[in-house]
Design a protein around this ligand. Sequence first.
Ligand SMILES: [Zn+2]
Length: 362
Amino acid sequence: MKPGGRERLDELLGGRPELAAIAEDAFRSVESCSDKNEIDRTRVRLLGKKGVVSSVFKGMADLPPEEKPAVGEIGNLLRALLEERLDEKSVLLDAAEVEERLRRGAVDVTLPGRKGPTGHHHLLSRVTADVVSVFVGLGYRVVEGPEVELDYYNFEALNTPAYHPARSLNDTLYVYRQDPERDNRDDVLLRTHTSPVQVRVMESEKPPLYVVSPGRTYRRDEMDATHSAMFSQVEGFAVDRGITMAHLKGTLAVLARRLFGADRKVRFRPHFFPFTEPSAEMDVSCFRCDAAGCGLCKGSGWLEILGCGMIDPNVFEHVGYDPEEFSGFAFGMGIERIAMMKYGIEDLRVFFENDMRFLAQF
Ligand SMILES: [Zn+2]
């Protein structure tokens, strides 16, 4: 529509109050439309064949001839102006709708975010880390070794003779065995303890050595409340000049107190391991009953924690150390056992069943 169209219309409507009222009503009904459907209905009502504008033209038939050009012009202007205004209004409603949709779908960046579930370390990893961190604090280094191991490192170099029951097919999971009737240093097996790491480290380095070695180990056990074919160990050893049993006792007492409380006492009972001499098992005074006797310690007041001993001179000979020059101690403990005692867990299987109701408690 040309500028001035509305002024011209108003000029023509002056003195024609009936037509002016019809026009005013038509413009007002366009302005009051609140959605696109209403625009469509209004368009038909104003501009359709039987619409308001048509009725203006039809009324011309009864007018005197000199009136007809002006009323015809009013009808044309009205139609053009209403069409224009309906289109504008339609665009405005579109824009408003988009704005409303944006407003409803908008993200308020100042709101706190929704939290997803947060995981944490498995209890066995936690206890392993607790043990390892005590030794790291004492200056030990962490070394890991292969879980699939040679017979040589798992048994032979650790002074475990051929007749030792641990070497039988009944106790050890072999991956490859040359001769089922005989042991061979090249047989391949799943390591039964983390001690092979001792041999591997000593073979490639010279003392002083202070090493702690966590990892998984395997034995041919049926799964029940206290046995598993896979379990976790932390092994450690120290080799230096002048290492004595006193160093072993002092070091492991520190471990026991860090794990179970500053008031814990420890005791050492003679034991046998092929790769240490003398060997011992270490008990810690029961942290639950303070050594008075309870269900956890089975009334004895003591809990068995680990095996240890002075490294056997035969092991040193395997790695080429002079047992007259160097001495050392070694120790190893089962992580599941420590976790079960510390957290009052009675069935080993819960560690491996991945039941979130259990795992989420720690
Ligand atoms: Zn107790």
